[in-house]
Design a protein around this ligand. Sequence first.
Ligand code: SF4
Length: 291
Amino acid sequence: MRVIRARTYSGFCGGVKRAWNRAVKAVDATDETVFLSGKLIHNTPAMQELAGRGVRALEESDVAQGMAGKTILMRAHGEGPKAFERARALGLNVIDATCPIVTAVQKIALQLEGEGYQVIVFGHRDHPEAKATVAYTERGMIVESAAEARGLPHFAKLASIAQTTMLQADYVELVEVLKTKADLYEDRGRICGWTLHAQDEAVELAKGVQAMVVVGGRDSSNTIQLLRVCQAHGPAYHVETAAELREAWFEGLDTVGVVAGASTRESDIQAVIEFLTPLGSDVGDPEPVLA
Ligand code: SF4
């Protein structure tokens, strides 16, 4: 069986690499626990690796013992201004691991509200990035779909931005609705380039293989979008680790594609490829992994 990996956009994106490197550097610099404002990135195996190195979420019981001088990493998805204020008030050494692309979106939200726009954040209501972004506004609201947008009232000034890992096609659909909901509408939403390219690459790969494996966190928004675009072209299996793969899924197949979310460790991708490569070697002439 031929195993083909998405060549460019699979595994840690720039924002995750930056957050991960900051976490590792923080851990190396101290013997004490390094705290997190929440899940640094949405990938359980990666978070387990960090936990093994003494990195964990801050809890109220920690706060009761005094936090002065201790280190906290603000998650890659960003935190609202109140979380930063509280961390500093507690005397924590704050390391901001927010992806700079997310920070830019937060600034746009603030600016748009300052200009009198009702700000709409297209995203998942429970996702930390959307929640943090909307927290930079006073009146902003999260809208999850075009269908939800149809129920909005009419506004004098309306502007939309997007959680960086949404599906572009879904955002375009939302924009078409929002255009009808205001006297003046401004579209400032930009899906992150890594996410867009990864979705395009996944589609191209999925079109040319018989099944896809999507490696990434169960709570990872960009991974779930990759799964969606792959499923539109055939069977696609979502796993966090190679241990979840089943040989039966690939029986009789000649080609399988592998893509990975932006917070998936290289070691987890390689383990999936190692699982898949030998499958089918008894039925013909296996070709090497293209990685
Ligand atoms: S997917 Fe894009 S926005 Fe999200 S962390 Fe990576 S680079 Fe930043």
